[in-house]
Design a protein around this ligand. Sequence first.
Ligand code: PCA
Length: 200
Amino acid sequence: MKILVTGFDPFGGESINPSWEAVKALPDTIENMEIIKLLLPTEFVNSEKVLLAAMAEHAPDAVICCGQAAGRKAVSFERLAINLRDASIADNAGYKPTDEAVKAGEREAYFVTAPVKAMAEAVKSAGIASELSLSAGAFVCNNVLYALLRETFGTETIGGFVHLPLSPQQAEGKNPPLPFMEPEDMTRALEEAIRVLAKA
Ligand code: PCA
């Protein structure tokens, strides 16, 4: 099996993005699955293009995208993507859409096809806080997840999304204080979640 795992570049004035830090640190194989790591730009338009090009190139069996979600205290497995762009800050290309569709006139939402309950359970069993989430927001992460699930709809390709807390260095000095997680734990959480796919 081939698994494409993506992380985003830093945005919103941060100098790192814990999602890419965690993805970058993954091993190249997990239980005979080849792990392909890809950095996505935190840009509405380009992130979709970069993702779809990589999917066309590698034809992965599963795609797990990861992003930063300041304020979350656990590794969050998203359950759906909605057809909405509503940004509270500009993306890295300076684009700040309000109440726009990801794809005009298309379906309102897609459910992820990754086994999120088993994945969240596996992370919890490894002693790392995990949860399920009903909204990936309306910024670039949700947009990428919508694009991924639209592309894989009706196919065998598994699609999922993991939101990660801030890393300690990002949380330091934030007022009000925000939860954080150790980078090693975030990487291990992804590894445990991906391991579930070998049995899926
Ligand atoms: N998090 C943002 C976009 C990039 C990232 O890492 C989000 O939650 O939409």
